[in-house]
Each structure stands twice: as C-alpha cells, then as structure tokens.
Design a protein around this ligand. Structure first.
Ligand SMILES: [Zn+2]
Length: 469
C-alpha cells in the first residue's frame, strides 16, 4: 500500500520534502532547504531519514530554494537518480542552486577565517555538488503524462513562478489506483505574466500549501500600489529603491511599470535592474512564451515588452552598479536580495538610506530577524558592513505583489473540485496559516477531511475511495 511521509514544511514554510513509498519504488516530491531562523537552518544538517540511494526518483514543483535547495546535499549523500522538473524550472534551478552553493561556500570560509570561531566550518554543500545535481535533471513538458514504473505523473501549471507546477501522481498497485496531487506553492488569479492556477476537479489525496491560509491580500491593483511611491519619487527627484526577490517579483514590477508607462500615468523615469541573477532570471521569463498569459502575449504583440523598454537598464557589472551612486533622481533601482540581508542592495542602502529624498519600498515578505523587518519596524539606524547607517529615507510596503494565493484564492481553486478529495493534508504553512486555512475550508466544505500532518509523520494512503482499475 502506498505510504506518504512528511519530511519537511510541516508547521513551517520551508524545507518541503515528501517521500512517497509504493510497492515498487520510493520517490521524493520536492527537496527543499530549511531557511530563516537558526533553529530551522540547523535542520539542514540533521541526518537524512533514509539512505538517499534508496530513492528512485525526485519530482520538483518549482525552482524556489525551499523546494529545491537540499538537492545538492542529497547528491553529496549519494543520490544519483533522475530529478524531474519542467524546462523553465530546470533553467531557473541552474541559477538558484549554483548561487546557493556559492553562498554556502562563502559562509563556511567566513566562519573559518572571519573571527576564527569555527576553524573546521564546512559548507552544507559545494558548487561541485550543485553541478552534479543539475546534471541529473530531466525536463518534463506541462500537461504531458509520463509513466515511471507503477506511477503516472503529470505537471500542471500552478501560476506561482515561471515553471511552477502542481504534480499529479497516480499510483497503480494491486489492481487499484490512487491519485495524489501536490500543489507545491499555489499561484494567484489574474496576476501578470503567468497563467492562472490550472483547475483540478478531483484527487484522492491533496497536499495543499497554506502560507497565507489565514490571510487575504490587499485588493489594491498592482498599478495602484506602485503609482504613489513612483509619484512621490518624481516629486522629490529622489531614488525609489526596491529590494526585490529575483524570481517573479522583479518581473512583475517591470510589468507593472510598463503598464503605467503605457497608460501615460508616469513619464519615462529611468529604471535600473541591479542584480546579475535578476537579469538572468528575467531573460528566462522573457523567453518562455509557452507560459505567458494572454495579457502579456498581447503586450508583446504590440511591441511593448515589459522586459525591454527605452528607460529600462540592466546593470550587470560591479563598476556600473557602483556608478549608480552618482545617478541623480528621479530614478528607480530594483536590486536583490529581497529581505536586505545581502547582495547589491546593501550598497544602495548604505548610500541612499541617509538621504531624505529616498523612498525604500518593500514588495515582499520580511522575515523575522532580517534587516528588512528592522527597517519596516521603524529602525532609526541599521548596521551594514559594520557601520551604523542613519535611516532618513521614507519606508513603504506593499503586499500586492505576493506570489502565493491567499485563502480566498485557494478556496476558489478548491471550489473546482466536483467531488471532495479523500483527504487534504495542509502543508507549507506556519501554525496560524494551517489552522486558518483548515477553518476556512471547513466553513465552505464542512464534510471535507482535513489533516495537519506533524513533522516526519507517515500516512497510509489506502482510501475508502479505492477504485478498481
Ligand atoms: Zn515558492
């Protein structure tokens, strides 16, 4: 009988890993890194609960590190099987896994040399491990069913980031079959660039994310969220500085600026994307026309690409990035990383935070303990590169650009089910998110069977719904 074990993302939003064991094979769905607070990060160093070489295959929902970032470690520990992902996810993984490995190596060497605290510090994994993991990737097309032993697998567009998929696995065993759908992260309805989440009408089991299970996003449009800070920047002739996540967020902001330009709501203010990773990711976004929604298709047909317009500048070299310090406003600088914990954004913060004409706009979640959170909470100064930097800039925030569906969007998607799933497992959520989503689902669908699995819990997938094949 098939069995599912929850190896991560239970009661937290990182470390997604689910092990599906059937009579013939063991497969892993997602292989994410734990991120955030030290207690979570420490889990990446714990022994993996089974021998990695006992796993026959891995299926990846999307490229974010909390779903892929443990792959190089698993390869270091002996995994040599295939890693299945959509082609755009594969391209994005190429960027994020190598970057993650570089950061792991840098962190280890910092601890070794820096203050001499940990002379034996080793990276969690190396660039070599990441390269080996990347060689194991096999690309899968959206909507194409493929067989692997007793499993039939299909990837459906999830609308969360480019390449993101719901993975539907049908297990055939002893003359019966059962379907399990893994949502990975749930995208949004009506968001620019990507298609809406694919409707699903039934599944025996459903693993559903719950990041925003207790919240609904602001209903302000993306244009209305971005227009006031841009207008303020124009008025002050200052810099609108946006720390932004490189995958998805940066591209949505560009799209929104392009719409505002097209509607003549703003003049052609210079826009700088100052992050080599964001530039590479934007190129991948621009070339995957198969995943673009109708609005983007229309814009591009009219010659108005959001990824290429006269006032948009891509800043690749360090020299060009430094030269931005001299650029007079009004200008918009979008740089990484999104929580102001590292990357080129740090240099811009040093230079621009003491300037009262700067507007710092956060467009993503700022986790506890990050510099982004400190600034949002009104810090009068922040420490960057061992200096106290006074904060004279105006700090603003918008939650309109989230890439995760809120509970209303999740309920909208669930309403497409023509019969209730046998069981719904709520994963990838903090306790409030999971509890909140359970409550909202039961209000709308009182008879549904909802479970909040604990870490490392194992569930037998033998349903009352069993059908004869
Ligand atoms: Zn994600």
């Amino acid at each position: 009988m098939p069995e599912l074990q929850f190896l991560g993302a239970t009661g937290t939003v990182t470390g997604s890993k689910y092990l599906l064991t059937t009579g013939n094979q063991k497969v892993l769905i997602d292989c994410g890194l734990y991120q955030g607070l030290p207690a979570l990060k420490d889990k990446n160093w714990k022994p993996f609960p089974i021998q990695p070489n006992e796993i026959d295959a891995i299926f990846i929902t999307h490229a974010h590190l909390d779903h892929t970032g443990y792959l190089p470690k698993l390869v270091q520990l002996g995994y040599r099987g295939p890693i299945y992902a959509t082609s755009s996810t594969a391209e994005l993984m190429n960027i994020v896994l190598l970057d993650s490995a570089h950061l792991q190596e840098e962190e280890a060497s910092f601890h070794k040399q820096g203050n001499g605290c940990c002379p034996d510090a080793e990276p969690l994994y190396t660039v070599q491990d990441a390269s080996e993991a990347l060689h194991l990737i096999k690309q899968i097309r959206f909507g194409e069913k493929f067989e692997r032993g007793n499993l039939t697998v299909e990837f459906l567009q999830a609308g969360h980031i480019l390449g993101s998929a719901f993975i539907r696995i049908t297990v055939k065993e002893n003359g019966t079959e059962e379907t399990i759908l893994f949502t990975g992260d749930m995208g949004r309805y009506g968001s620019p660039i990507l298609n809406d989440p694919t409707p699903v009408t039934e599944s025996d089991y459903l693993l559903l994310e719950s990041t925003y299970g207790d919240r609904s996003h602001s209903t302000i449009s993306r244009e209305d969220a971005l227009l006031p800070p841009i207008q303020e920047c124009l008025k002050r002739k200052g810099c609108l500085l946006m720390p932004a996540f490189t995958i998805g967020r940066t591209q949505e902001i560009l799209y929104t600026i392009r719409v505002l330009l097209q509607q003549n709501k703003i003049p052609p203010i210079p826009v700088y994307i100052d992050s080599p990773m964001a530039i590479d990711v934007t190129h991948i976004y621009a070339t995957h026309h198969d995943e673009h929604d109708l609005d983007l298709e229309k814009m591009e047909k009219e010659g108005n690409s959001p990824f290429q317009f006269p006032s948009l500048n891509y800043v690749r070299t360090v020299e060009a990035s430094k030269a931005l310090n001299e650029a007079k406003g009004p200008i918009i600088i979008i740089s990484a990383n999104g929580m102001a914990t590292g990357g080129r954004i740090m240099h811009h913060l040093v230079h621009r935070l003491p300037d009262p004409n700067t507007i710092l706009l956060f467009v993503g979640y700022q986790a506890e303990g990050t510099r982004g959170r400190q600034l949002l909470e009104g810090a009068k100064s922040v420490k960057i590169f061992h200096q106290d930097i006074p904060v004279k800039a105006t700090i603003m925030q918008s939650d309109t650009f989230s890439a995760h569906g809120d509970f209303t969007e999740i309920l909208r998607w669930l309403a497409g089910f023509t019969k209730p799933p046998g069981k719904v497992f709520l994963v990838h959520g903090e306790p409030d998110g999971r509890e909140g989503l359970k409550r909202h689902i039961l209000e709308k669908f009182p008879s549904w069977n909802i479970e909040l699995p604990a870490e490392a819990a194992t569930e037998d997938l033998t349903l009352t719904l069993r059908r004869s094949s």
